[in-house]
Design a protein around this ligand. Structure first.
Ligand code: SAM
Length: 331
């Protein structure tokens, strides 16, 4: 691989401070909450890789199928004129899905630099190994950091194509989503493109099953968040005293995961210097995964300076890779 390097934008201490703040605020709130980005320590990333292969978890293979079998349609949108590209992937994970798209761009002889951004060192190391093995000619520049803060330096002569796949946007509320899309839009020039992978509304039973697999891997993933807090903030969560609880509401299209306290208990952190009391049955809200209608995607795009140019969906219409084009900013 040419020019492979890691840009560590954030010192480990700063990540610890952000985690400490999120945990103090989140577990101190009336509805206890922990942001889903903290799932992805090395063990969390490994568990998520297993989740993506589970029979119930249709999202990954459906989106992967779109990127693999419809890569030429996507390439027509992102590289219509042979201009050089900066491909900037927010929350890239191990990059498995993006590989086919990069292969297609190289086959079309598009000059392309791939900038995957992820908070997980483990995921970026896997990505680096995958790309150097499969596409040694591609210029890959991983960035270890938070995609809310970090963006690569790019040239105005190249088209920027941002990718937000894996339903990552679905972890945010509508307002948070518009705020993130706004920030992405601010980095792009008119005509640049954002590829947005989004899960579509469908049979509620199928959606709920995706977060409640028979092997219990999703439960282990959810509980691993507490193990991380035990290790990094010296907390004393007893994992056996919390249960994974997934829900899906067709009313608002949100799948939400919780951890439920099995008994009345108090959890302490020597790092934070405080304790958190749990009633029996009290919940920690750990993740939202939004499911979308096409109307909702148009609303999101319109609210953040994009227009929906196309929907590239799988043949069953379960999932879309929406092609959003940056339109003129009226502010
Ligand atoms: C659901 S996985 C999706 C991975 C990949 N995009 C895919 O579709 O297979 C989410 C990824 O985003 C990363 N992530 C989550 N929040 C992030 C943030 N705020 N900044 C950077 N990476 C983040 C996680 O580490 C994880 O690798």
């Amino acid at each position: 691989m040419n020019d492979m390097y890691f840009q560590a934008r954030r010192a480990p201490r700063a990540v610890d401070a952000a985690l400490a703040r999120d945990v103090r605020d989140g577990l101190g709130a009336t509805q206890k909450t922990l942001p889903s980005k903290w799932f992805y320590d090395d063990e969390g990333s490994r568990l998520f890789q297993r989740i993506m292969t589970l029979p119930e978890y249709y999202m990954t293979r459906t989106e992967h199928g779109i990127l693999k079998h419809k890569a030429d349609r996507l390439a027509d949108w992102i590289a219509p004129d042979g201009r050089a590209l900066d491909l900037i992937e927010l929350g890239s994970g191990d990059g498995e899905k993006t590989l086919s798209l990069c292969e297609t761009l190289l086959r079309r002889e598009i000059a392309c630099t791939y900038h995957p951004i992820d908070v997980s060192q483990h995921a970026l190391s896997e990505l680096a190994a995958r790309f150097s093995g499969a596409l040694p000619a591609l210029d890959v520049r991983p960035i270890l950091g938070d995609y809310f803060d970090d963006w690569p330096a790019t040239s105005p002569l190249r088209r920027q194509v941002a990718l937000l796949l894996g339903g990552n946007l679905g972890n945010l509320t509508f307002d948070q989503s518009v705020a993130l899309l706004d920030r992405i839009r601010a980095r792009l020039a008119q005509g640049d493109v954002l590829l947005l992978g989004l899960d579509l509304k469908k049979d509620p039973a199928m959606i709920l099953a995706a977060y409640d697999d028979a092997q219990g891997v999703t439960a282990a993933f959810n509980l691993n968040l507490l193990r991380r807090l035990n290790r990094e903030l010296d907390m004393d969560f007893d994992l056996a005293q919390f249960a994974h609880f997934p829900t899906y509401s067709p009313l608002d299209g949100a799948a939400r995961s919780f951890l439920v306290s099995r008994r009345r208990q108090t959890v302490r952190s020597s790092v934070l210097g405080c304790a958190f009391a749990f009633q029996k049955g009290e919940t920690i809200y750990t993740e939202q995964s939004q499911k979308y209608s096409f109307d909702m995607i148009v609303q999101l795009a319109a609210a953040s300076g994009f227009a929906v140019a196309s929907h590239v969906t799988d043949d069953l219409g379960w999932y879309t890779v929406a092609v959003l084009q940056a339109i003129e900013q009226r502010r």
